[in-house]
Design a protein around this ligand. Structure first.
Ligand SMILES: NC(=O)c1ccc[n+]([C@@H]2O[C@H](COP(=O)([O-])OP(=O)(O)OC[C@H]3O[C@@H](n4cnc5c(N)ncnc54)[C@H](OP(=O)(O)O)[C@@H]3O)[C@@H](O)[C@H]2O)c1
Length: 292
């Protein structure tokens, strides 16, 4: 059993904390930006009330075995303030964020070999700051390494689908194919059903095809018709579902545009792959957010 710090206790951090508590025996330290004294997570198996220590002080001394980062990709600078102390004894850092640049984001703050990128997938939302609703299984996929295997071990006995995968690169890029098209919904401030229309569906396909082309240039192995598969899945999803970029926009927060679409443009440029649909999405979103 381990002492585990979670930095960022929103939706994903909250669900992760509830799962780790269900494992039994872990000591949990929840590192938050705003003061919190409790957290309840409605899981598919019932309500979990967290028994954990809470702190808002990044300079306080704690000795931990693992640090789990569950902040948004745009909050790296604030997150890094926690890592100096929490990682001072060499604790590894699992990054539960969207995108494909988990290591790159934290490399300025943590030795590369101590960073574990995690692909997280979980239908969940934060209702109020101290209550999270988890609507389905949390999937956690990590590279098949010593660090990956140790991370997975912490979830033994929990309902999480935590596993190592032999081809992590393909797993995160496949997820990015799904996330990249989510920008359309966030741009027009309409839930997922907006891609059911023909014109929006065509633009979604262009965004995903660009993502897949860059993914393959990076070495990911994706099926030939991945864009059609992703669009079909998005069209089959409940029409009123709200992705996290749309939720961020609606709440007036920053958006993960660089982690989800900017990266496709940047890496596309490096490989000489044109990404006009993603470029336009990034430009429009940046202009929209700047206007707010
Ligand atoms: N939501 C999902 O279902 C889902 C699914 C798959 C992947 N993801 C990815 O998982 C990552 C986390 O997303 P999320 O939905 O959990 O985000 P979220 O609900 O917004 O939670 C992020 C948390 O980080 C906290 N935070 C920000 N800066 C901090 C700092 N300096 N110190 C301490 N805490 C800080 C925020 O604090 P405040 O409470 O003060 O805002 C918030 O509680 C993202 O990359 C997202 O794309 C999410």
């Amino acid at each position: 059993m381990a002492r585990i710090a979670i930095v960022g206790v929103g939706t994903i951090g909250g669900v992760t904390a509830a799962l780790l508590q269900q494992a039994g025996g872990h000591e949990l330290l929840l590192c938050t930006r705003r003061p919190m004294s409790g957290l309840a997570v409605e899981t598919p198996d019932g309500l979990v009330k967290l028994r954990a220590s809470f702190t808002t002080n990044p300079t306080e001394t704690f000795n931990v075995d693992w640090v789990i980062v569950a902040t948004k990709a745009y909050d790296v600078a604030g997150t890094a303030k926690w890592l100096e102390q929490l990682c001072s004894n060499g604790a590894p850092v699992a990054v539960l964020q969207n995108g494909v640049e988990h290591r790159e984001r934290f490399a300025p703050y943590v030795p590369m070999e101590k960073i574990l990128p995690v692909m997280v997938d979980c239908p969940a939302e934060r209702q109020v700051p101290d209550r999270v609703r988890q609507r389905g299984v949390m999937h956690l996929k990590v590279p098949d390494s010593a660090l990956g295997r140790d991370f997975v071990k912490q979830f033994t006995g929990t309902p999480a689908d935590a596993t190592t995968v032999p081809d992590f690169l393909s797993v995160v890029w496949r997820k990015l194919c799904f996330n990249s098209a989510g920008v359309l919904s966030a741009l027009v401030l309409q839930p997922a059903g907006v891609v059911r229309g023909e014109a929006m569906g065509d633009v979604a396909l262009q965004i995903i095809r660009e993502c897949a082309a860059v993914a393959r240039a990076e070495g990911a192995n994706l099926e030939e018709n991945v864009a059609d598969v992703v669009l079909a899945a998005q069209r089959a999803a409940p029409a009123d579902s709200v992705n996290s970029m749309l939720a961020d926009r609606q709440a007036g927060r920053s958006v993960e545009i660089d982690a989800r679409n900017g990266v496709i443009v940047r890496l596309g440029r490096r490989h000489g792959i044109a990404t006009p649909a993603n470029s336009m999405a990034v430009a429009l979103m940046e202009a929209m957010v700047a206007k707010v």
